[in-house]
Write a protein that binds this ligand. Structure first.
Ligand code: ARG
Length: 590
């Protein structure tokens, strides 16, 4: 209902101007969706703040605004008689015929009423971003699922989106890993495919241990880092092989989850790092502290009561994670061909990195590297916990591998399905069972993650996420299946130009719910909270199920029949589109 809300907002503003020209600069309709259905569709709270400047009772002001509104024929054609409530709220109800007309425009509209943005501008979504030679963990899974969904929403709105995988593919860890491998498994550094990621992770752990315990090993590792930085061919080759190895494993996960992502790892920014130091020097932000190059943060005080630094170059000349992120910021905002020309850059990582990003953003801001009107946003998320509320672990206490986690979800979905088929005495082919279990298993994992407010920690529970009832993927998928069932039973859902006519409250609830889709998408685009879309789709499914359980569809006649079929069709389209934006595929039968 974005379009209707916009029209209403203008009408209110103009009515307020006519009623109270003397306080023109203070006028704001404060139009919001009604807090309860019995209050209508919208509520305008703009009378209240005028009480003081006008020295009038807010209800009196509201009455004057309503009078002015009613003189506007465009308003009376859009709304029923406004109601003044409480201290001076104006409750507004859209005329049913206007709602039906709005709904009808969506029947032939692929975008389901969601306008494409007019000011489309490149957006970078930096997400997933695992580290080479380390296993992708559940934190990366969250980043991958949330980042993908945000990218989809931004794309749907019409922004060119750059999905960037900022993989950790550079740094001192390669020095110790390569040094260790040279000694214990040299073949891995010269032959492709000689190790799999699991082994690599084990080697990495051993190398780290040696690095911590053994000084000679430390020296060798540092030498190896220098060689890597100096582009020594053998070291570089070894590094390339290690990256390939990890990349292949990551790609398997991305393929399974249907994630598109362009890899642009930390190493990409290496040539730009000295420029960061130069730039900070030019901006007079750089301070040498104990041999390291730092920028001291404003308003961020450490335990010792002194401002905290962002260290951009270590005493040994090496650069940091923060230096790379500063280089990346400059590159992403710079115009093409030297950069991405982004207007908004979004980072999806765990909340533990909030300080890192706050620091880096502040430094970039003070250095003048953020163009006017451009936005840098950290999108933090909480931890994934087991049902015991502790960090998610396998029964043997190891960290959970993503592959195993996805496999288990699919296996459980398959077991559930087979049980259900048996109970219902249904016969289905093996390929049907595999398709349904695969879709439901992955949908459940994604949806469970996305439906939580990402800021809070979230408890991982297969039982909960695979349940057919509640705010779960199976519940939503089932609503889509129900509608497909109506078509199978002979309902023609292709009612393109139905004369829409609704009489039942359950129908009107569904109409109103369907019309909210555009506003929800705009909100997710702004707030970057996919759980808002999930809540909406859940609510829509519930309203639909109530409608479907209480109102006959296929037994209805003529106009009522086609109007109800139109509701079914739009519900299915909205659910499919919304789930699609969450990266979730739907089914016709399950
Ligand atoms: N590789 C990092 C990690 O695993 C995440 C990188 C996020 N992106 C960034 N531009 N810093 O925690």
């Amino acid at each position: 209902m974005l379009r209707i809300a916009q029209a209403l907002d203008t009408q209110l503003r103009e009515a307020m101007q006519r009623a109270f020209p003397e306080v023109d600069a203070l006028l704001d309709p404060q139009l919001v969706p009604a807090s309860k259905p019995e209050f209508g569709d919208f509520q305008a709270n703009g009378a209240l703040p005028l009480a003081k400047p006008l020295k009038q009772a807010p209800r009196q002001i509201a009455a004057a605004i309503v009078m002015a509104l009613k003189a506007d024929s465009a308003f009376t054609a859009l709304c029923l008689e406004p109601q003044i409530a409480g201290p001076g709220f104006i409750n507004l109800t859209i005329r049913p015929e206007r709602l039906a007309a709005e709904l009808a425009t969506r029947l032939g509209d692929q975008r389901l009423g969601v306008p494409a943005v007019e000011n489309a501008a490149p957006v970078v979504v930096d997400f997933s971003s695992p580290n080479i030679a380390k296993e992708m963990h559940v934190g990366h899974l969250r980043s991958t699922i949330i980042g993908d969904s945000l990218a989809r929403v931004l794309e749907f709105r019409g922004h060119p989106v750059l999905r960037l995988n900022h993989v950790g593919d550079w740094g001192t860890q390669f020095g110790m890993l390569i040094t260790h491998l040279k000694q214990v498994a040299p073949e891995t550094l010269s032959t492709a495919d000689a190790v799999d990621l699991g082994d690599l992770v084990a080697f990495y752990r051993e190398a780290k241990k040696r690095f911590d315990d053994d000084e000679a090993f430390q020296v060798k590792s540092r030498e190896e880092v220098v060689k890597l930085q100096g582009a020594d061919p053998l070291t570089l080759k070894a590094w390339g092989l290690l990256c390939d190895q990890s990349r292949r494993e990551f790609q398997k996960i991305y393929n399974r989850l249907d994630i598109r992502l362009s890899e642009r790892g930390e190493s990409f920014y290496n040539p730009l790092l000295p420029g960061v130091i130069e730039g900070l020097k030019d901006a007079e932000l750089l301070i040498t502290d104990d041999g390291a190059q730092c920028v001291f943060l404003q308003g961020v005080i450490g335990k010792d009561g002194k401002p905290l630094p962002v260290i951009v170059q270590k005493r040994d000349g090496g650069f940091n994670y923060a230096t790379t992120d500063l280089a990346a910021i400059r590159y992403r905002f710079a115009s093409i061909p030297d950069g991405d020309a982004a207007r908004r850059v979004i980072y999806v990582t765990d909340a533990g990195q909030a300080n890192h990003f706050a620091g880096v953003f502040q430094v970039a801001e003070r250095a003048g590297w953020i163009p006017e009107g451009a936005r840098l946003q950290h999108v933090p998320f909480g931890l994934v916990q087991g049902e015991d509320g502790k960090k998610l672990k396998t029964r043997s206490g190891d960290t959970v591998r993503l592959r195993d986690l996805l496999d288990e979800s699919v296996e459980r979905a398959e077991a559930d399905l087979r049980r259900r088929l048996e109970e219902e005495g249904r016969q289905e082919t093996e390929s049907f069972i595999q398709l349904v279990a695969g879709t439901v298993g992955l949908a459940a994992v994604k949806y469970a993650d996305l439906s939580q407010n990402r800021i809070t920690n979230y408890q991982f529970s297969f039982d909960r996420m695979l349940a057919l009832q509640g705010n779960t993927a199976p519940y939503l998928l089932y609503a889509v299946v129900r509608i497909a069932g109506i078509a199978r039973k002979g309902g023609d859902l292709d009612v393109a130009t139905a004369q829409l006519q609704f009489n039942e409250p359950q129908e009107w609830s569904l109409v109103r719910e369907l019309l909210k889709f555009d506003a929800v998408i705009a909100e997710v685009e702004e707030e970057l909270l996919p759980n808002r879309l999930c809540s909406y789709l859940f609510e829509l499914s519930q309203v639909f199920n109530r409608f479907y359980d209480q109102i006959p569809v296929l037994k209805a006649q003529s106009d009522a029949l086609s109007s109800r079929l139109a509701l079914c069709r739009l519900t299915a389209d909205t659910l499919k589109s919304g789930l699609g934006l969450l990266g979730i595929a739907t089914l016709e039968r399950m």
